[in-house]
Design a protein around this ligand. Structure first.
Ligand code: SF4
Length: 149
């Protein structure tokens, strides 16, 4: 199985979820992919094909439920990245009382890319790193499918 994981680790499918906010982080990530397509990262709209769930923007109670559904549909090994101050910390909007939460209160986050907005290179590097780490953890017995049970 490790040879297959090695191949998959070189071609990474990302499900980009923009939970709201100004959309700056999501657009920054899409631009990074356009400018640097050679790293083998592509976007998918299908959670069953996704290696990484990449979440940007402000997460409220409604989007939190939807994010959990998406995560459960992804195949293991899988990874979650929180991008930007909104997804990583709730940012400015956290005090508004609309259920805006950091992503790590909802899903098992593997990495946060902090900043408003985070750098493009940092986003791409983080995606590559979480996939590589996720495959290693999986081989060492981590079962992503049981983490929301
Ligand atoms: S972290 Fe900044 S750039 Fe990203 S969605 Fe929030 S406000 Fe916009």
């Amino acid at each position: 199985m490790s040879w297959l994981n090695g191949i998959r680790a070189k071609s990474i499918s990302v499900l980009l979820f923009n939970a709201g906010g100004c959309t700056g982080c999501a657009r920054q990530f899409q631009t990074a992919l356009l400018l640097d397509s050679g790293r083998g990262i592509t976007l998918t709209g299908n959670p069953r094909h996704a290696d990484v769930l990449f979440v940007a923007g402000c997460i409220n109670d409604m989007s939190a439920d939807y994010l959990k559904q998406l995560y459960k549909k992804m195949s293991s090994p899988k990874a979650v990245v929180a991008a930007g101050a909104c997804a990583c910390e709730g940012s400015l909007f956290r005090r508004e009382g609309n259920g805006v939460n950091p992503l790590e209160e909802i899903l098992p986050v593997d990495a946060c890319v902090r900043g408003c907005t985070p750098g493009m290179d940092e986003m791409l590097e983080t995606v590559i790193n979480v996939v590589e780490d996720g495959y290693k953890e999986c081989e060492n017995g981590r079962d992503h499918d049981k983490e929301l049970e």
